[in-house]
Design a protein around this ligand. Sequence first.
Ligand SMILES: C[S@@+](CC[C@H](N)C(=O)[O-])C[C@H]1O[C@@H](n2cnc3c(N)ncnc32)[C@H](O)[C@@H]1O
Length: 280
Amino acid sequence: MVDLDEYRAKSLQNWDSFSGNWADEHAFLHEATGGVARALVDGLDPQPGQTILELAAGTGDVGFAVAERLGDAGKLIQTDFAPGMVEQEKRLAADAGLSNIEHRVMDAENMDLEDSSVDGVVVRYGYMLMADPAAALSETKRVLRDGGKLSFAVWTAPDRNLWAFIPAFALVEAGHLDPPDPEAPGIFALADPDRVRSMVTVAGFTEPEIEEVTVDWDYTDPAVHWEKTMKLAAPIADAINDLPDDERERIKGVVADRVAEKVAGDPTAMHGHSWVVTTS
Ligand SMILES: C[S@@+](CC[C@H](N)C(=O)[O-])C[C@H]1O[C@@H](n2cnc3c(N)ncnc32)[C@H](O)[C@@H]1O
């Protein structure tokens, strides 16, 4: 059984320490996950003048596309619980010339916002990593005005996301990670669409629309897959970084062999697949 307080503290420390990597890889992420960002923004359908909240924004890619639609009279409240991520997203927003964004450090499970104070909420790859996603969804419902839309993305099943499953499975197989508990927070915690549907409706939202969208990770070269995983997939990279050097090298070899075998059969085998969920 996962100790959720311990998980929360570790997750915060971990994501904060990965904020520089995420900023370095902003263009790579923007390119690979563009289809998901477009589906989220279409689902949210932000209008000029609205106030939109982004949770777990990381370095802010999706929110920047939303902010462009809101105009000077609108506002994006862009938030993350990791101060390092918020600093990076602030810098990248300034570089992009976006001036209608308020940046805040905020935990999505406990939001410092008034009831019914935003017109819409967007979250990419956030809820499944939170210690208590049900609490975060219920907080989301509280701050959203009546009829306001929520648009979010999570990862689908492990066999549709070999980019993460191959290294995670190598760690489990070697006894470095416990076999995943499907209810515990993690990359695949909301992979089951029935669980998503149930959590969303229990939090008071309408029956969601759930669409599968591909993420075009360019991981035909196992060395690139390893480098990006170690820079971006914080929960996996953290477990690998904890290993002694020789064991880390062994795991790296196992992962490289499996990635090479998969992409030899299908060059798109390492692409990712996300659920894009829209509700109100
Ligand atoms: C996989 S990254 C996604 C970043 C960004 N949304 C994107 O798609 O580019 C996950 C982000 O969730 C944030 N996060 C995790 N748990 C959180 C929580 N309880 N409240 C707010 N942010 C959280 C992390 O700090 C990290 O920036």
